[in-house]
Design a binder for this molecule. Sequence first.
Ligand SMILES: Cc1ncc(COP(=O)(O)O)c(C=O)c1O
Length: 366
Amino acid sequence: MDPIFRPTRAEVRLGAVRKNLQKIQAAAGAARVLFVVKANAYGHGAAALSGLAEREDLAWGFGVSSVEEGLALRAAGIKKPVLVLGSLYPFESFVEAINAGLTVTIASLDAARQVKEAAARLGKKAVCHIKLETGMGRIGARKPSVLKIYDELSGSGDVSVEGLYTHLSSADTDPDYTGQQLCIFNETAAELEARGARGLALHAANSSAALNFPVSRLDMVRCGIAAYGLAEGFAPALSLRTRIVFIKNVREGAYVSYDRSFRAGRPMRIATIPAGYGDGYLRRFSNRADILVGGLRCRVLGNVTMDMVMADVTAVGDAAVGSEAVLLGRQGGEEITARELAGLADTITYEIVTLITARVPRVYVE
Ligand SMILES: Cc1ncc(COP(=O)(O)O)c(C=O)c1O
């Protein structure tokens, strides 16, 4: 392993991910669990967490957004099914996907023809799930096109249609709309069955639907955020930790950071912490977020910079160079949650963890 000198790291508790996946499976009942690990497992590290889930059989398979992400899992030794949730383009990428045994999403008749041709050319069977548009407005074919896609593929010996799915846009906020989406989905599934489709894996639920909307569970649930512990009742897996690298006492009237957005109203003790927006610690947290030092909340002072941020440690008697600083997560009896940070930045918890950049080493602990 490369030496790590800068103390900033994202610590991921494997035990939390394990428990969260077990809890999802318990809620899902007989439905399979597709562990959604796209975008580097929402910043947590896709290879490590998929490895854990595969070794311990905590999920049926994995959901990624692109062929690249799927290939990375195969390169990491993942053998279980990997469903590419995105719409593939350019169509040549079907060749790579089929070669690596990735399951592809087919959301248009064009894509159906291309996957069939790629599989025939390779002499290898392609496995796909058809994506139905029911109200998300992102990717997906409407019912008439889904029927055509199915007809195009089902007669082919080169492509195996293993699933039909949709994505719910508002499972956490709008049960009526979610119900309407599921209704369109079930109607389409019934029509496919009437055309002879048998044994398709039907799936629609993300974490929120899987946990709160039992009829959405169908044959499989696709869960990301709950596995990372960022849904109600689950244990957050990731914390962002570092150590103070510089400390100083300042007089009343001293300015801190770019643009002088903070001026000390009294003598203060200020710590410099080696993390900034270059690590995904948002500039929006300037003068608003707290960082934990010595188990106490210390307010961020001045603008967050690319690599460093300053915090008021006046109240932490023994704060010194080398003291631990927690930007996200627990320390002592205090906790900075992703929800709290998301609120400060007017965003969602997904974005807070996914934006942690590649230069932050992910460290896995039991
Ligand atoms: C198609 C699809 N399925 C499932 C998920 C998982 O959603 P969640 O993280 O809310 O469980 C996502 C994530 O955005 C997705 O795009």
